[in-house]
Design a protein around this ligand. Structure first.
Ligand code: ADP
Ligand code: ZN
Ligand code: MG
Length: 472
């Protein structure tokens, strides 16, 4: 019999906020010492009350807009009760009854054509802490407790592992471009719900939920393994499938049962009376929409229309700092293609020399635009533009002042260049003779000598052309 895979995803994404969701602890990062980022509230001390972080609501709503959801203008929090040592209050604050976003839609481009994935809902919640096991001892680290998350729940609309990966990549690109989340390993985690059914059947099969996967590779492997297990169970009656929660083991490549699927009643959800309902009024909603990043597809089309290549578009969209910088310098009147060259090639080159990556690029749009304009208008040549850029990135100098100081903006007239060229040719008889004897490389040496005499001033293209003419 032929079977069809049915998959629904629950994806947790850590939001890019400056502080936690219900307290002012900030700067949580993986490199911190355990419990360096905690306060009485997020470590569950008695009597502490949560205070909503406004930015979390804004980012969650923005994510919803990007995924074409309806945004709830009235949204509330619930307590989900369970006991585990990494959860200091013994409940997690999450949203059950009135999630912030519902009924979205994501369009995917796959090798089988275009596919629609419906988004059931997006809700806000707090993360739990982490247990650290050392030998026979266990420790608890609360740095991650109350870090803001959104959980994006899809309908069971995926039919292959490929679609899942395309979807996750799309979320990642969108959320990174929108400054919503880094979606790095560990800040994007995925629960995969999976069942199989005979092709053509309308009914869903019994599903299992594979918890907490962080790499696309594990997700693909887990789906492949689990689908096969289900098909064998149905076809050969190797086992009776039950709805349950499983974990995937990267080493064996298999999934293992963890527990029977818990139901809502198991958690004794109830409204969190410590948090007021959040009302998103018209004014706030308009503000959120106004600050929304352009949808990725539109953004990519815009870059494409400006003649930017697909590879470059991917790099730009993947790095929020790059797209913001590019948009700003273009707004200031720089040519888009030229700006892309300066940012992705020249800036990246300087960063690389300093052991950094493009995502570390931090230059003001004003300074970047000033350099691009000086070069494009012919005020300074490209080589000196590069020197100026290096000084800006490494020492944060003022580009115009730096150019003046170093005389990069001096002009030379053709007669002066002519005279210098004659002098160079007269002094470099050997190179000249080599060139006459067919050694092409010798011309480069002569050109280099001219540029040195000119102290880097003048347009290299013009000088090269003049030299060509002189050499016949
Ligand atoms: P629950 O309330 O039990 O958590 P939900 O309706 O919230 O169930 O669904 C959780 C996830 O499981 C969703 O992503 C949904 O698409 C997916 N899902 C539901 N039924 C199936 C099924 N039969 N096969 C695969 N995925 C499913
Ligand atoms: Zn705190
Ligand atoms: Mg659910």
């Amino acid at each position: 019999m032929k079977y069809e895979l049915v998959i629904g995803l629950e994806t947790h994404v850590e939001l890019n906020t400056e502080s936690k969701i219900f307290c002012s602890c900030g700067g949580h990062s993986a490199s911190q010492e355990p419990n360096d980022c905690v306060c009485p509230a997020c470590s569950g001390m008695p009597g502490m009350l949560p205070v909503m972080n406004k930015h979390v609501v804004e980012l969650a709503a923005t994510a919803g807009l990007l995924l074409n959801c309806e945004i709830s203008r009235y949204t509330t929090f619930d307590k989900k009760n369970y006991y585990y040592p990494d959860l200091p209050c013994a409940y997690q604050i999450t949203q059950l009854n009135h999630p912030i976003c519902t009924n979205g839609l994501v369009k995917l481009k796959t090798s089988e054509g275009e596919r629609d994935i419906r988004i059931k809902q997006i809700h806000m919640e707090e993360d739990a802490g982490k247990l650290v096991h050392v030998g026979k001892a266990s420790y608890v680290d609360f740095n991650r407790t109350s870090v803001p998350l959104i959980e994006i729940v899809t309908q069971p609309d995926f039919r292959s592992a490929e679609e899942v990966v395309v979807y996750l990549n799309k979320l990642k690109t969108m959320f990174r471009a929108g400054g919503i989340s880094d979606c790095e390993l560990g800040t994007m985690r995925c629960d995969v719900n999976i069942s199989v059914r005979p092709e053509g059947s309308e009914e869903y099969g019994v599903r299992s939920e594979i918890k907490n996967m962080t790499s696309f590779e594990s997700i693909e492997r887990a789906i492949r393994y689990e689908a096969q297990r289900h098909m064998d169970a149905i076809e050969f009656e190797t086992e009776v499938l039950v709805q349950e929660t499983r974990r995937f083991d990267d080493v064996t490549g298999k999934t293992y049962a963890m527990r029977n699927k818990e139901t809502e009643a198991d958690y004794r959800y109830f409204p969190d009376a410590n948090l007021m309902p959040i009302i998103i009024d018209d004014e706030w909603f308009e503000e959120i929409k106004a600050n929304m990043p352009a949808a990725i597809d539109e953004k990519a089309d815009e870059y494409r229309a400006a003649g930017i290549s697909e590879n470059e578009i991917e790099m730009i969209i993947d790095n929020h700092n790059v797209s913001t910088l590019l948009d700003a310098v273009v707004e200031m009147g720089c040519d888009p293609k030229s700006a892309v060259g300066w940012i992705l090639t020249e800036c990246a080159g300087v960063l690389r020399k300093n052991g950094k990556l493009i995502k570390d690029l931090d230059i003001s749009a004003e300074k970047m635009a000033a350099i691009i304009k000086m070069v494009d208008s012919g005020d300074i040549n490209r080589m000196n533009g590069r020197k100026t850029l290096t000084a800006v990135l490494e020492e944060d100098v003022d580009p115009a002042a730096y150019v003046k100081e170093n005389g990069f903006d001096k002009k030379v007239d053709t007669a002066t260049i002519e005279a210098i060229m004659d002098k160079v040719l007269a002094e470099n008889t050997q190179a000249l003779e080599d060139f006459r004897n067919g050694k092409v490389k010798a011309k480069q040496a002569l050109f280099g000598a001219c540029m040195r005499e000119l102290k880097g001033i003048g347009d290299p293209a013009v000088i090269r052309e003049m030299l060509d003419k002189k050499l016949g």
